[in-house]
Design a protein around this ligand. Structure first.
Ligand code: SF4
Ligand code: SF4
Ligand SMILES: [Zn+2]
Length: 258
């Protein structure tokens, strides 16, 4: 296993796949081989969406999960681990939910400038995931991670669509990711750029990803230096106008066809 402190001295690498950007460190490889019989991540049963739940029902499984929110189910526990962990093997390996396929990667924030979902290894995973080793990252594996994380993001959008309009659901899903994964120090209102949603007040454990960006406080809202520069260059009066927020960019919604 690699110590988080060691990561600080390594360069960051980026893998882009269909509007998902995966950040990882040079010299860090991930693999998860069933023969290792690790399954540390299975000690916390995963969430699944309606479609994944129904697939398992159609395969004849029953009483394996319970509903925790509209369209979201949590796998049940057996012997202090996921109900499908049997003799250190995942009984539904081929059909496991996207949240298992993404491990130990998670979406960490949504970049409204480049319209990309940014994904990284959850920093705490360096303490429990045996699959994180020194070596060369397998790109085909990163492709699967990107697909799984995008699916997780859209599950979240669909969840909010139960009580919000599609555009609002998209924004809430995007802006709530940093808080969900423990990337920001305070609430989204007090930690994200008001104009582009970039995480500004970030927690120390995420320092390994070097995503720090300067910001200023303007009428109680935080605005990142990138937005200040963009807005100033567009604005003759050379002042920050909050109406120029990236959230009002229609391309954002068109792009995701929500
Ligand atoms: S903790 Fe890591 S290596 Fe172990 S089963 Fe989970 S993803 Fe695989
Ligand atoms: S479904 Fe399989 S991979 Fe996912 S938590 Fe359960 S045993 Fe682990
Ligand atoms: Zn910004």
């Amino acid at each position: 296993m690699i110590k988080r402190e060691v990561l600080m001295s390594k360069n960051l690498r980026y893998f882009n796949f269909k509007n998902v950007k995966v950040i990882y460190h040079d010299g860090v490889a991930f693999n998860c081989l069933p023969e290792w019989e690790c399954f540390e991540c299975c000690k916390t049963p995963a969430d699944m969406n309606e479609e994944e739940y129904k697939t398992l029902l159609s395969l004849g499984y029953s009483d394996f999960a319970y509903k925790i929110a509209p369209g979201i189910y949590k796998l049940k526990k057996r012997n202090n681990a996921c109900i499908f962990l049997d003799n250190n093997k995942c009984e539904i390996h081929k059909y496991k939910p996207a949240s298992c396929k993404a491990q130990p990667f998670v979406p960490i924030y949504f970049d409204f400038h480049s319209i990309e979902l940014v994904v990284a290894i959850e920093p705490q995973a360096y303490d429990w995931c045996y699959g994180l080793q020194e070596g060369e990252m397998d790109k085909s594996l990163l492709k699967n991670v990107a697909k799984a994380c995008k699916k997780l993001f859209f599950d979240r959008v669909r969840y909010y669509e139960n009580f919000k309009s599609p555009n609002e659901a998209f924004l809430i899903a995007a802006l709530s990711i940093p808080e969900k994964v423990g990337l920001i120090e305070e609430s989204p209102m007090k930690s994200l750029c008001f104009c582009c949603g970039y995480p500004l007040k970030t927690t120390k454990i995420y320092d390994i990803y070097n995503i720090k960006r300067g910001y200023k406080e303007y009428m109680g809202a935080l605005i990142c230096e990138r937005c200040i520069n963009t807005i100033k260059s567009l604005n003759e009066r050379n002042i920050v106008d909050l109406k120029d927020s990236l959230f009002s960019n229609p391309k954002l919604f068109e792009f995701f066809k929500i």
